[in-house]
Design a protein around this ligand. Structure first.
Ligand code: PMP
Length: 457
């Protein structure tokens, strides 16, 4: 039962005391009161299927009982920072977490947010290589601190002041909307990302994007040297954009041969969400030098991590580096229980089964509606790009998108929004959803698309 202040009182408090960049979805923003697994409940007790996992943070389910119990037990015992004393949680969790990573990725630094983790990853790459320049992909999102804002290459998330220099944004190998690939592809013109050969093997478009990366080395980098490259394994905020098969492997190789480290941002793609693999980078057949984790790692609890090799980690011994809350006993207890739940409830397999089913069902919508341009993603990391017209692929107008989201909410379905033009539906639910939930999602979306059709007539 909701026992907080009245809705309108809160709206007034929000307008008066909260910074304006905290924007909410929906014309009448939801006042949420409770969460249970894949469900959210508002102040009136209305239930919603949360297909956005509270912005991808909720991995094993809202208020999962095992995770709650782990947090509660630890809270009653000790919350204090563990960075100036020893505490068992940090070390046992570090061992368990790194056992999930391949190769030499065995040393971890715990922090509290994705931006912090990426900040540290960049610092590590620069300190280790003694090079300065960092490459990222256009349309990427790596966080909001002044440091990583320079890496993030979505203009909608950039403020009008100089960010730190030394960041280079290479062309994003987007085979749906990019300059090469998709219907403009010389080899196999395709209508959607999934039909595109680029995702299945070699293609000219992929090579063209790779050439663009080479050009950065040729034209922009002093002595052609680089500190590192950072990549999401599937771009999240940018609208679930996937790399062509083999692209990232070649890109990582190029960076390494020019002295740089390879950083995989697994903030959204980690912990089994993509189904086939536990980590998103595995689908690209690469082993990065540094991996950053946040969001799903703590099922929404503030926790993030940077994982690297012992050799690279040594660099951090050159000076003092401290994070007050990173790896505190409560966060690490939560992290440990999240890993246990993923294993016990076979959530990676669930992502694969339910995700594949959902993608196949969403493709039917793509075939039914003129506005559903592309359905893409892997496991439970899905994007549905809405377009004004399938031929031009121009973005679906924002005002219609807002109406569609509103319709879905009114029918009990919460979805995410992404892409530079805000025209991609992002589906990244708690990993415990069922096939019935997937079916419900598709039927609500179908109804909302029909409503849009009727409104236009
Ligand atoms: N990396 C990626 C891929 C993200 O999606 C985000 C958050 N959307 C971040 C980093 C930044 O995480 P945080 O908001 O916790 O700083």
């Amino acid at each position: 039962k909701y026992d907080g202040p009245e809705y309108n009182t809160l709206r007034t408090l929000k307008d008066k005391h909260v910074v304006p960049c905290i924007q909410q979805y929906y014309k009448t923003p939801l006042l949420i009161n409770e969460g249970k697994m894949q469900w959210l409940f508002d102040h009136d007790g209305r239930r919603y299927l949360d297909m956005f996992g509270g912005i991808v943070t909720v991995s094993v389910g809202h208020c999962h009982p095992k995770v709650c119990e782990a947090a509660r037990k630890q809270m009653e015992k000790l919350w204090h920072t563990t960075n100036i004393y020893m505490h068992p949680n940090l070390y046992t969790y570090a061992e368990k977490l790194t056992s999930k990573l391949p190769g030499d990725l065995k040393v971890v630094y715990f922090l509290n947010s994705g931006s912090e983790a990426n900040d540290l990853a960049l610092l590590l790459a620069r300190a280790y290589t003694q090079n300065y320049d960092i490459i990222s992909f256009r349309n990427c999102y790596h966080g909001m601190s002044p440091y990583v804002m320079g890496v993030t290459a979505l203009s909608t998330w950039r403020f009008n002041f100089p960010v730190m220099h030394g960041f280079h944004h290479t062309m994003n190998p987007d085979v749906y909307k990019g300059l090469w690939g998709g219907k403009l592809c010389r080899d196999s013109p395709s209508q959607t990302t999934r039909d595109c050969n680029c995702l299945g093997g070699k293609c000219q478009a992929s090579d063209n994007y790779y050439n663009q990366l080479e050009e950065i080395f040729k034209y922009s980098l002093p002595r052609g040297k680089v500190a590192g490259i950072i990549a999401e394994s599937i771009q999240g905020v940018g609208g679930t954009v996937q790399f062509p098969k083999g692209f990232l492997k070649k890109a990582f190789h190029l960076v390494r041969t020019n002295g740089g480290l390879c950083i995989s941002d697994e903030v959204q793609t980690g912990f089994g969400r993509t189904g086939e693999h536990f980590w998103g980078f595995e689908m690209h057949d690469v082993i990065p030098d540094i991996v950053t984790l946040a969001k799903g790692i703590g099922n929404g609890f503030p926790l993030s991590a940077v994982i690297t090799t012992p050799k690279i980690a040594e660099t951090l011994g050159h000076a003092l580096h401290f994070n007050t809350y990173g790896g505190n006993p409560v966060a690490t207890a939560v992290g440990m229980s999240v890993l246990e739940v993923i294993e016990e409830e076979k959530l990676q397999q669930n992502c694969k089964d339910v995700g594949t089913y959902l993608i196949n069902e969403l493709e039917k919508l793509r075939d039914e509606f003129e506005w559903v341009g592309d359905v893409r993603g892997k496991g439970l990391m899905i994007g549905v790009e809405l377009v004004a017209d399938k031929e031009t692929r121009d973005p679906f107008p924002a005002k219609y998108f807002v109406d569609l989201m509103e319709d879905c909410k009114n029918m009990g379905l919460l979805l995410g929004r992404g892409g530079l033009n805000g025209n991609v539906i992002r589906i990244k639910p708690p990993m415990c959803i069922t096939k019935e939930d997937a079916g419900f999602t598709v039927s609500v979306l179908r109804r909302a698309l029909l409503n849009h059709e009727e409104r236009r007539i």
